[in-house]
Design a protein around this ligand. Sequence first.
Ligand code: PGA
Length: 257
Amino acid sequence: MRPLLIAGNWKCHLRHASARRLAEEVRQGLPQIDGILVALCPAFVHIPPVKEVIKGSPIILGAQDLHWQDDVAATGEVGPSMLAEWVEVVIIGHSERRRLFGESDEVVNRKVKAALQAGMRPILCIGETLEERQRGDTFIVLARQLEGALAQVDSPEGIVIAYEPVWAIGTHMAATGPQAQEVALFIRSWIGKKWDPQCADSVIILYGGSVTPQNMAEFATQPDIDGALVGGASLDSRSFLGIIAEAARAKGKPWGS
Ligand code: PGA
């Protein structure tokens, strides 16, 4: 039985005080949870204060990126071992990093391997652009991204895969439940073929892209979708908690008992 995972990607938002406040509100608003994983992924500078705020709660702390090497001359970067002292999960290969910073599948692969080696759980993001979808290349693109990102990875165990269609991120144009399910099933089968069906069955697959409390149930009711990676709606505690509650309800997980 896979857990439900809802991760908030705060991107390049908030200040020290507002990051603390948001973490505090999420902490306060979260009832007792069983079988539900909730992760917050603030910007690097907000990781220590958020860690302090969520101490003693079940909230998992995450980062939005990492460098693949420790102790190197790489100005501005944060290496895997130093990051692993602070967080349990790390988003890798987000489409904004691919698009704005030119991250290739090869770089994504180095980061996935480095995160695993340092003991962190990668949330690997993959997704097609609108143009690629319209050309009918969605599955070709996703297979290429999976193949690249997971090259020389012994087992996908512990890796979370987030399907984030680029056209749905920050656009208020979420995919439909069936569209996301079709891709989640494709990802699971791909993993089953590369490794084995049993480990494919254990991999957590998320949907991301304009998720709100209003549309969360549409995704969470799909059999191969195990939660969401939430951007904009995670910056407001009420909508983020609403998303978790909707997902819990759709998956039949106890909420608030
Ligand atoms: P969004 O972002 O929820 O604002 O669309 C999702 C993401 O980029 O992870």
